[in-house]
Design a protein around this ligand. Structure first.
Ligand code: SF4
Ligand code: SF4
Length: 472
């Protein structure tokens, strides 16, 4: 496999930055090195780096992934960033670091890693021209980019479209050509406050002026975004399976930014991870992550099947060298979807209606219910599960109980922390109680499965499965 099995957006809880760009939308805390603390401890992360790396093996994730790491501030200021990067590379993954390329000491540490590790690192270099100029850091920034190049680390230089730099665009271009051999790619600067259905482009220019100014960089990244910026979507989306957002602080995993947690990677690490797609229940009218997740991960439709992610990142320099290394260019020349089978019709149907219930609260129509009952009965019978206990008696638990009862599968009991308050036509018990004779327990609270299942396993020997893996 030359490409990436899953593209995992990975957030680290750093909020400080050594720069102060005018257009920065990250909420900085005033202190250069302020870091978020969790649980009032001094640690940034709930788990040790060793534990996190152990949880993120190729085997557990199903294939070689790219961890696209960024902080809510300067990524390389995170004290553990080199250790995390090295651990992921040692596991066999790729690591992309979104950063401002000014933290020399960290770049030097990465440049000393073995050549095979360096080949799988990608630096997404954010080029903050005015701020670097104001701080007299342009030369040192360029030296850092040269260190990447000389160390065999792939990189791409990118600027965010913004009005502040309009007066200095020509000198920015000259600097870029002379130091980096090409113009930077351009990312559309957007207003993070979503008004209506999609973030607005942040500019005082007219659409025609805006397009004309930034098209002059001849960046495929910019032109693709212009084309695909606010197209509505309605397809089955595999975000959550081909891609997702991992909060390194806790291990919580979400299909897409702004969606609900589906699992946790760092609890229960001896067991497999159940990945769950958004299906047709994307909460956004317009795809928030368009160019990344469609072009690199292939989560659903492809606006243009001939567009590949390397086009948004690479540049050819006058000496015929390129910004991307061959390894990274190859990885960006594929989509994650190439390495996954699409879901079976039954699985897609089941997950789709389950996610619709979770995100939109919609119950199945009578026809849909008939089909769901058929599917659930078929898969549980194949496994030999005719007597089921349900963990979690909320709306999703009730949704499943109804299907099981219509399918004539015996629901032997419900289990819930609020057991004493719940009125039901089935027996309800506490999680600590031993479960009566059942072929399996299905946990309806799927986002908490990784902390519920280990507790249930302590006293019970039957299989414990998540509601999301009923159809396998
Ligand atoms: S480098 Fe990034 S995080 Fe730091 S001030 Fe600039 S935009 Fe904000
Ligand atoms: S924002 Fe885009 S990638 Fe994310 S769930 Fe919605 S459609 Fe899928």
């Amino acid at each position: 496999m030359a490409g990436i099995y899953r593209f995992i957006n990975t957030n680290i809880p750093t909020v400080g930055c050594n720069l102060r760009c005018e257009y920065c939308y990250i909420k900085q805390r005033g202190n250069e090195n302020t870091m978020l603390k969790i649980d009032n401890s001094k640690q940034l992360f709930r788990y040790s780096v060793e534990h996190m790396i152990k949880a993120l093996t190729v085997k557990r994730l199903g294939g070689v992934c790219m961890f696209n790491i960024s902080g809510s501030g300067e990524t390389l200021l995170c004290p553990e960033i080199v250790e995390i990067t090295e651990g992921l590379l040692k596991n066999g993954h790729y690591v992309a670091l979104i950063n401002n390329c000014t933290i020399r000491s960290r770049i030097e540490q990465l440049a000393k890693l073995p050549p095979d590790y360096r080949a799988r690192i990608f630096f997404k270099v954010s080029f903050h021209y005015r701020e670097l100029k104001r701080k007299n850091m342009l030369e040192s920034f360029a030296n850092n980019v040269h260190l990447l190049k000389n160390s065999g680390i792939g990189y791409s230089i990118e600027i965010v479209s913004n009005d502040y730099v309009l007066e200095e665009l020509e000198e920015l271009k000259e600097f870029s050509i002379s130091y980096f051999g090409a113009l930077p790619h351009v990312l559309t600067g957007r207003d993070e406050q979503i008004v209506g259905t999609y973030p607005r482009i942040q500019t005082r220019l007219s659409p025609e002026e805006y397009n004309s100014v930034w098209s002059s960089f001849d960046s495929d990244l910019f032109s693709y975004q212009q084309k695909a910026y606010d197209l509505p979507h309605s397809e089955f989306c595999y975000a959550g399976v081909y891609t997702g957002t991992l909060l390194l602080e806790t291990g919580d995993f979400h299909p897409c930014p702004g969606t609900k947690k589906v699992t946790n990677f760092f609890e229960d690490i001896d067991n497999h991870i159940e990945f769950v797609p958004m299906a047709h229940s994307c909460p956004f009218h317009h795809c928030f992550c368009g160019f990344f997740l469609h072009v690199l991960a292939g989560v659903s439709r492809e606006y243009d099947p001939d567009v590949y992610f390397y086009q948004f990142r690479d540049r050819l320099c006058p000496d015929n060298s390129t910004w991307l290394t061959p390894t990274i260019r190859e990885a960006f020349s594929h989509r994650c979807s190439e390495y996954h089978q699409p879901y079976s019709t039954d699985k897609a149907y089941y997950i789709d209606l389950l996610m619709r219930k979770i995100y939109k609260g919609i119950n199945p129509s009578p026809e849909e219910e008939t089909e769901l009952v058929r599917i659930v009965e078929k898969y549980l019978t194949q496994k030999g599960y005719r007597k089921i206990a349900i963990y979690g008696m909320g709306l999703i638990g009730e949704w499943l109980i109804k299907l099981l009862q219509v399918a004539n599968i015996d629901v032997v009991c419900g289990i819930d922390r609020r057991w004493a308050e719940i009125k039901s036509n089935i027996a309800i018990q506490a999680p600590e109680d031993v479960i009566p004779s059942a072929d399996a327990v299905i946990v309806s609270v799927y986002a908490e499965f990784t902390n519920i299942a280990p507790l249930l396993r302590k006293k019970n020997i039957m299989p414990i499965i998540s509601i999301t893996e009923v159809v396998f």
